[in-house]
Design a protein around this ligand. Structure first.
Ligand SMILES: [Zn+2]
Length: 345
């Protein structure tokens, strides 16, 4: 593995670049795969204009509906409660409980990243106001007198929510991002994972082992060359923000594809350069891009990157995940995204 002080450069600036979506750098995703990028003022106003007067009053002016009057207080149907303004899922029926307060109550959110909380000291008491993370709609408050396992009580206004009994009836804005998955091996996975994780449009990047001959390999087995796996990174991305082609461009910037079975000081076939393709379209795109780089002599030596169908991705041990971010250790890899026209998020 690379040491923190080693910043030997690799890759080349000669690879072609095209700009991802200009708003790409602002995109944020939740762990459950939703786009939670804050909406602009104009878009919120546009959405709010379609609300009923009561929903407008509650969500846009931090109003509170009268107790026992909301239409969702006694709703016991299974389903999902979404933001009435932007459609983001906020609570699931399995976290709803009877609080007796007269407002719909939940003990945990659908996803922590879908809510934003701030201290609200109006009405003579300190309580946390909860807002939608995407459109900033006022939703209600959270208190610390809820049931187990969280001990929290999310107290909602029915008017701030819209309920969907089945996923099929939910609008597109209430659905997760339609992601695609790509796999890259470019030496030590710590740095490769970090470089992809900060790319615009990347929902998740994880370190793991791929295309070896054994099941469930461990780091020790991979390092001892007992399994034939490559250290690889699984990249889940939002193709409406960044394309597979742009991921390829970043990948060929961030590592040196002319080094055979090594990357910088790391030697061994687990450090081989490879694109493990998810489908024929990725395979075609990867081969075409390598041919393009070769034709214009983008690198001083032959590109040795393997392009082969992805087999099972075995996620690496937890201490390898988010390694660079957790430890703050520098890595030999550059940050290629500004070169392809986008700022890291
Ligand atoms: Zn919202």
């Amino acid at each position: 593995m690379q040491t923190g002080s080693d910043k030997a450069s690799s890759g080349s600036n000669a690879a072609a670049a095209s700009a991802p979506n200009k708003t790409a750098s602002r995109h944020k995703y939740s762990a459950s795969g939703f786009d939670v990028t804050p909406l602009g003022k104009e878009r919120v106003e546009e959405l709010a204009a379609k609300l009923t007067p009561e929903a407008f009053r509650v969500t846009q002016t931090a109003g509170t509906e009268a107790a026992f009057c909301g239409n969702l207080v006694d709703n016991k149907t299974d389903g999902t409660y979404c933001c009435v303004v932007c459609g983001l899922p906020l609570f699931a029926s399995n976290a709803k409980f009877h609080s007796g307060t007269g407002w719909p109550s939940f003990f945990k959110p659908f996803d922590d990243a879908h809510l934003r909380a701030k201290v609200d000291s109006t009405h003579g008491m300190v309580r946390d106001e909860i807002n939608c993370a995407r459109c900033n709609a006022h939703l209600g408050h959270v208190f610390d007198d809820g049931p187990k396992p969280t001990g929290l009580r999310f107290c909602l206004n029915s008017a701030a929510l819209v309920f969907f009994a089945t996923v099929a009836t939910m609008p597109p804005e209430g659905s997760p991002v339609k992601t695609q998955t790509a796999y890259f091996a470019g030496g030590c996975f710590w740095g490769v994972e970090h470089a992809f994780s900060i790319a615009p449009g990347v929902v998740d990047a994880a370190s793991g082992y791929m295309n070896g001959s054994t099941e469930g390999p461990t780091y020790a087995e991979v390092c001892a060359h007992k399994s034939g796996h490559a250290e690889a990174v699984r990249v889940v991305f939002d193709p409406s923000v960044i394309s597979f082609r742009q991921l390829l461009e970043g990948f060929f910037q961030m590592h040196d594809p002319t080094q055979f079975n090594r990357q910088g000081p790391d030697e061994g076939d687990q450090y081989r350069s490879a694109v493990f393709t998810s489908d024929d379209a990725q395979a075609t795109a990867a081969r075409a891009y390598v041919a393009e780089l070769t034709a214009k002599n983008a690198f001083p030596a032959r590109i040795v990157t393997l392009i082969e169908p992805a087999r099972k991705f075995w996620k690496a041990e937890e201490y390898h995940q988010d390694y660079v971010e957790r430890t703050g250790r520098a890595c030999h890899l550059g940050q290629p995204w500004w070169l392809v026209g986008a700022t890291a998020r």
